[in-house]
Design a protein around this ligand. Structure first.
Ligand code: B12
Ligand code: SF4
Length: 508
């Protein structure tokens, strides 16, 4: 069975490229089950659509598999159409949120054959087995497909796997040297701690899947699974392998939620310290990890210090909004006090904080926007600014449908871009007013921290990273991990230029 995996490109010609963990994990797993396949990495090579089309035309496969985020819906529809145009018999299997979070709309509007819903490894191997042996798809858990009568059928959910059953992700499908060239030079400090003139090459490692919370704007593929995390030993074996085999000197724990509790993080950092491994790392946490008073300040500080000693350079956690009612509607289950306390505590040990805010909940007003900026000002942090972008399978998506903001789901999904654009405005304010207020607030933070953004890059900062030294109050670009007090940053760099106004009742 001639099989091809495709890694799509979310940001064409973006100078920074990230190794895609999801598809790498799937390919590692199915290879361990005896499958051989070709791999087309569109992302790292920035192949144009013409190139991709020519490749498809000239290469026939029995099965082609791909997956990406739901913001790439329109392009994935194009890819699916293109494959079927040249090779109608090729079986197309699509995973990740682009198909799994909206499988009905996706299957109605494309000729894809199978959608893998949720965690992909075991399901994907089962689909390949069925296609190879010509078995009925209805017996495979965790998929959607069209039955012999053309009806869209969803099979029962597959139970979440035990993460320790998966083989360690192999990266030899990828051209690592190209990813190394396009790694993010500012993530861990440009100059490798002054020890080398090369930037830190950071590789992703999964520590956990899913999240213990359910915010109303969020969706990740493990949404219906319990929060699971790997043992420190397993994580460190992978870290060590990445350092020795691939030359990684930094590790990004790009989980939905790397650590949900203090004991969890303490166990991990103790293991790193005991192992003697020296690497820089970053993780995704929430403001309640070090900001919640359930543990004494002393204890939290002690763990944070160990975290720093074990190589942690920066952590991402979101303020989202400083308005209590909006935080409630987000179901965030945190308060701004946690945020302030955590910033202070991490500052004390020298761990850099990245944060993000979401504007555009239906309750948003001029005042709540300024409230959020005031909180940023008070804590000397320049946030990654984004708008509420209702994504399928989230509560806010249902809200948008119920309130008539999304009428045609297929058209809406084709039009969405990124959170840095107002894709859908569900506030009482016109887009123009929201933008004015954001410009006003961002301008204040920009001036106070002396960052030097011009007005056009308040939102789309292109990933520039800034820090302000508490003592000197000076802001400089790039991180110096050995001498950091605070960082102000846009975590999710953005290169999208389009601004869509689809379905907005309030747009000008
Ligand atoms: C790295 C990352 C990125 C990178 C992606 C680069 C890359 N090459 O991977 C970048 C920075 C580009 C990015 C951008 C965005 N991201 Co992002 N990102 C992540 C992050 C932190 C890690 C992804 C990851 O590795 N996950 C771990 C792996 C194991 O899971 P996975 O990728 O989902 O893969 C599993 C399944 O999806 C499935 N699967 C995946 N691929 C395939 C393929 C096949 C064939 C099959 C069968 C199955 C399958 O099986 C896999 C294993 O079980 C996640 C958070 C998270 N932990 O998931 C957010 C996340 C994926 N991002 C998210 C969002 C919202 C965005 C943005 C839309 C934000 C924005 N700026 O607006 C943008 C979109 C950009 C765009 N132009 O469209 C959301 C998901 C949104 C959604 N529902 O699609 C997440 C979940 C964060 C969150 N909780 O909100 N992101
Ligand atoms: S936004 Fe963060 S805390 Fe909320 S559900 Fe998503 S990953 Fe969890």
């Amino acid at each position: 069975m001639k099989t091809l995996f495709i890694n799509p490109c979310l940001r064409h010609l973006c100078p920074i490229k990230l190794l895609p963990v999801g598809i790498a994990s799937i390919m590692t797993y199915v290879r361990s089950r005896g499958y051989e396949f070709d791999f087309l990495d569109i992302d790292i090579n920035d192949y144009t659509d013409d190139y991709v089309e020519a490749f498809i035309k000239n290469n026939e496969y029995d099965v082609i598999l791909y997956g990406t985020l739901v913001t790439h819906y329109k392009w994935i529809k194009w890819l699916t159409r293109t494959i079927k145009k040249y090779h109608p018999k090729t079986q197309i299997v699509v995973g990740n949120s682009v198909a799994g979070s909206c499988y009905e709309v996706f299957l109605k509007n494309t000729q894809a054959d199978v959608v893998v819903i949720g965690e992909g490894e075991v399901t994907c191997a089962a689909v390949l087995d069925a296609l190879r042996e010509n078995k009925n798809l209805k017996d495979i858990q965790g998929i959607a497909f069209r039955d012999e009568n053309g009806r869209i059928t969803r099979t029962p959910k597959r139970e979440a796997a035990d993460l320790s059953d998966f083989p360690m992700i192999e990266w030899d499908f990828f051209d690592i040297s190209k990813y190394m060239e396009k790694c993010d030079p500012s993530l861990f400090g440009q100059q490798n701690n002054g020890k080398s003139d090369k930037p830190v090459f950071s590789m992703p490692v999964v520590t956990a899947r899913g999240c213990a919370f359910r915010c109303t704007f969020c969706h990740f593929v493990f949404w219906d699974d319990p929060y699971r995390y790997r043992s420190p030993d397993q994580i460190l074996i992978e870290v060590k392998r990445n350092m020795e085999k691939y030359g990684a000197s930094g590790i990004s724990f790009w989980d939905d939620l790397s650590f949900a509790s203090l004991p969890q993080v303490e166990k991990f950092v103790d293991a790193v310290l005991e192992s003697g491994l020296k690497f820089q790392w970053s993780a995704a946490i929430r403001t309640d990890l070090f900001g919640h008073p359930r543990n004494s300040y002393k204890k939290r500080l002690e763990v944070a210090k160990k975290m720093k000693d074990s190589g942690c350079i920066c952590v991402g956690y979101s303020l989202e909004s400083a308005n209590e009612k909006i935080l409630e509607m987000m179901n965030k289950k945190v308060t701004t006090e946690y945020f302030e306390e955590q910033i202070k505590l991490l500052d004390e040990v020298g761990i850099i904080s990245f944060t993000a805010v979401v504007f555009g909940y239906p309750l948003e007003t001029r005042e709540t926007i300024q409230e959020t900026f005031d909180m940023c000002l008070k804590n000397r942090v320049y946030p990654s600014i984004g708008f509420l972008l209702p994504l399928p399978y989230t509560e806010m998506y249902e809200y948008a449908k119920e309130h008539g903001f999304i009428i045609d789901e297929d058209a809406y999904l084709e039009a969405i871009t990124e959170r840095q654009d107002i894709c859908l405005n569900m506030t009482e304010m016109p887009d123009k007013v929201i933008m004015e207020e954001i410009q006003k607030g961002a301008k204040k933070v920009n001036a106070l921290l002396d960052i030097g953004f011009d007005e056009s890059s308040f939102i789309k900062t292109a990933g520039k990273q800034y820090r302000t030294d508490r003592q000197t109050q000076k802001t400089s670009q790039g991180l110096d991990p050995d001498n950091i007090k605070r960082n102000e940053s846009d975590v999710s760099f953005n290169y999208s230029e389009a601004v869509f106004n689809l379905g907005s009742r309030n747009s000008d």
